[in-house]
Design a protein around this ligand. Structure first.
Ligand code: NI
Length: 433
């Protein structure tokens, strides 16, 4: 097991009030954890010393909503309405993806996330075993959930739920993986099925990962079909709980916000995807004011079109200023809370998202010498407003370096590119001649 010492590195620490403070620190990493900060035991002998001059050490970012294998569908369905994007383009392409495709496209997604400082993510997709293999082979961390669609009396829906349960049982003891159940959305899961999934999540003691009120049309359709809006329907079927994380929540009224608040539901804000699919801007300041815990996600690479969480951090901390006229609508500090402590809380992983002794050594090291980060007047606000993500020079998960200066020590990057390209040819995304 490698041991690492970050020497005299400007580091981001959480203050007791939940804000952030910067100070130079020497940090010892051992057994996958942050073993000591500044008071380094005299017998600590690191296998690797990293000089922190000109660098900024941060907790790795946590991406609270994505579909990692969708990297394969990047730039294949652009400038379409949400409905045409999903039903006209994405679902027919996804039907052609096999488990191997999901393995390689997951590794591609991991490369992109590690390259841009993300160390943990919440995923929703199918072929979960193969996604788990791709993540474990790379040494990364994730919360996996198999996407579920169906009706209470529908054999395919029943089979998906059974498969999800079996996959969770099979993957239970794999390192750095935890699980949720993922009823896709109120328009793809009928109320009976929602109840069944809620019940199963309780039995398995896992959280729930879903999409709510992403498009205006979803809200209108659910209202027409069931006489209530999506949050009221999901509350009634038992899907809204303190262990539920709901992506999007763009089209909410005041009553919807109150439902999310009183059920303890966490909201994953996906500003890039919501804007690109022309769905709108989620009422994040109002959700926060009501006491809802808000996190940040990229959504899949077919709608973002990256898995670079810095892009969403930047947008989340500027878009609400513009729509509200309040420059403090979402501050840089609040944006950083969304990718660190708020996310760790929502994902039920209390030992990530913070540089503190005993926490998982999930970190990213940023090179502050890039012109866009100079001068270093305020490296904290720079994370939200000036960083592109490509200034990350090293990313570590559970004490292991998974990305450093262009290299991925645990991933065969050339093979990943070749395999993904071969799949694109097979599913008709290239001229076959
Ligand atoms: Ni999504």
């Amino acid at each position: 097991m490698s041991t690492v010492l970050f020497e005299n590195t400007l580091s981001v620490f959480e203050t007791p009030e939940g804000g952030f403070a910067l100070k130079p620190a020497t940090i010892a990493i051992a057994n996958g954890l942050i073993a000591a900060i500044d008071n380094i035991p005299t017998d600590f002998t690191p296998t690797r010393r990293i000089n922190g001059a000109g660098k900024l050490l941060i907790p790795g970012l946590i991406n609270s909503h994505t579909h990692i294998p969708m990297t394969i569908l990047r730039n294949t369905a652009d400038d379409l309405t949400f409905h045409d994007w999903l039903f006209g383009r994405i679902l027919p392409l996804e039907e052609q993806l096999n488990p191997e495709d999901c393995y390689w496209s997951t590794q591609l997604g991991l490369m992109e996330m590690l390259r841009t400082g993300t160390t943990c993510f919440l995923d929703m997709y199918f072929h979960m075993d193969h996604i788990a293999n791709a993540i474990c082979d790379a040494g990364a961390r994730a919360i996996l959930s198999r996407g579920l669609m169906g009706g209470a009396d529908d054999a395919a829906g029943e089979q998906r739920l059974r498969e999800a349960t079996e996959e969770i049982a099979r993957c239970q003891n794999r390192p750095n993986l935890t699980f949720m159940l993922a009823p896709h959305a109120p328009y793809t899961c009928d109320p009976g099925y929602q109840r069944e999934v809620a019940q199963t999540a309780k039995q398995l003691n896992v959280g729930i990962h879903t999409h709510i009120s992403e498009s205006r049309r979803e809200v209108e359709d659910i209202l027409a079909q069931y006489g209530k809006r999506p949050p009221a329907l999901l509350e009634e079927t038992g899907l809204l709980t303190p262990r539920t994380i709901a992506a999007h929540c763009v089209h909410l009224n005041e009553a919807d916000i109150q439902i999310l608040a009183r059920t303890g539901t966490h909201v994953a804000h996906n500003p890039v995807s919501n804007l690109k699919l022309a769905n709108g801007v989620a009422p994040i300041p109002a959700l926060r004011a009501a006491g809802v815990n808000v996190t940040l996600g990229t959504d899949g690479a077919a709608s973002n079109n990256t898995l670079n969480l810095f892009k969403d951090l930047s947008l989340a901390t500027v878009v609400h200023k513009g729509t509200s006229g309040d420059p403090q609508a979402i501050t840089a500090t609040e944006g950083l809370q969304m990718v660190w402590s708020n996310a760790a809380h929502a994902l039920n992983l209390p030992n990530i998202g913070k540089l503190a002794e005993g926490y998982a050594a999930d970190l990213a090291l940023i090179d502050l010498s890039h012109p866009n980060l100079q001068p270093t007047n305020d490296p904290l606000t720079a994370l939200a407003y000036s960083t592109s993500g490509h200034e990350v020079e090293l990313t570590m998960v559970a004490g292991k370096i998974l990305y450093e200066n262009g290299a991925f020590p645990t991933i065969d990057a050339d093979r990943v590119r070749r395999e993904v390209e071969a799949t694109c040819r097979r599913i008709g995304l290239r001229d076959k001649t």
